[in-house]
Design a protein around this ligand. Sequence first.
Ligand SMILES: NC(=O)c1ccc[n+]([C@@H]2O[C@H](COP(=O)([O-])OP(=O)(O)OC[C@H]3O[C@@H](n4cnc5c(N)ncnc54)[C@H](O)[C@@H]3O)[C@@H](O)[C@H]2O)c1
Length: 334
Amino acid sequence: MGEVNFKDTKILVTGCAGFIGSHLCERLCKEGALVIGIDRFSDYYSRDLKERNLEELREQENFQLIEADLLDLDLEKLVGDIDYIFHEAAQAGVRASWGAQFEVYVRDNILATQKLLEACKSASQLKKFVFASSSSVYGDTPELPMHENSILKPASPYGSSKLAAENLCYLYWKNFGVPTASLRYFTVYGPRQRPDMAFHRFIKAMLTGDKIEVYGDGKQTRDFTYVSDAVNATISAVNAPSGEVFNIGGGSQVALVEVIHLLEEIMGKKANVAFSSEQKGDVRHTFASTKKAKEILNFKPSFSLERGLKEEIRWMENIYGSTRLSSSRNIWNI
Ligand SMILES: NC(=O)c1ccc[n+]([C@@H]2O[C@H](COP(=O)([O-])OP(=O)(O)OC[C@H]3O[C@@H](n4cnc5c(N)ncnc54)[C@H](O)[C@@H]3O)[C@@H](O)[C@H]2O)c1
């Protein structure tokens, strides 16, 4: 699949202040694109962290931030001259998606996506709309590795909302020619990882001497994807055939207890682990078949888990030592 020259293209990135969105914007700015980022700074986790994510971007002349909710914007006007859209905005997190909170998931993940797709019907310059979907659309499938055509039975309200959005992307391609492609990311990690995610919680606990809380027996496995590998895949998806879905996984299936052992080796200290009950919505295993992404997107994950963890630890040490952040009492809250 050929390289894309992003120089002077106009790109919209939703969720630009978040973990993956901020890395993606930086990369696109470096490639010479004019990047418009939208974020509503949802309170799922601290604004301080999101401001940090944006520090480098705010210095870029070719980056423009719109602080707004997608549901409040005149999107038709906004997407009128856009070449590419990367739709990263969402209310993330499996465990928080039950109960009354589901309303936020419906709003941010389903309604906002539908509104953006609706606006794209008249976006004459739009060449690709890349949607950030999730491995959580599979649920607890017995079939491993998970293939793009495996049965989809999300195990959480979050997964259901991502599947609904993914289906909407397909429908807007089929019916109105909006050139969508969806990427099912498998547990992304690295610098700026969200504070509710396992590695972030584990590393923070090891740095502060707190207990690492592991939900269940710790033998559940995940396919972990380093953030720059996820960003490479996302960028290459502008060349994907529309209407298609791709798994994006780092390529190894590792149990959480093994990750903790690896952290102990890298950080040279023992972890203080406390096992607690399994969380509703968590699946037992995830493991991606990335054959399709390799063949069509030329996806080649390049970070080993050890190398990627070292990068995340370095970032965590850096922010944890910062007076600005450590003075913010709720910085680690989600
Ligand atoms: N991080 C992962 O491991 C992972 C795995 C699978 C899928 N994903 C998907 O990738 C995307 C990015 O995830 P992340 O981990 O960077 O999450 P994140 O929470 O760090 O970033 C998402 C951003 O979207 C913004 N947002 C939410 N609703 C919005 C709205 N209505 N209008 C404007 N902005 C809005 C939030 O304020 C937030 O900053 C999400 O769509 C998520 O579902 C992430």
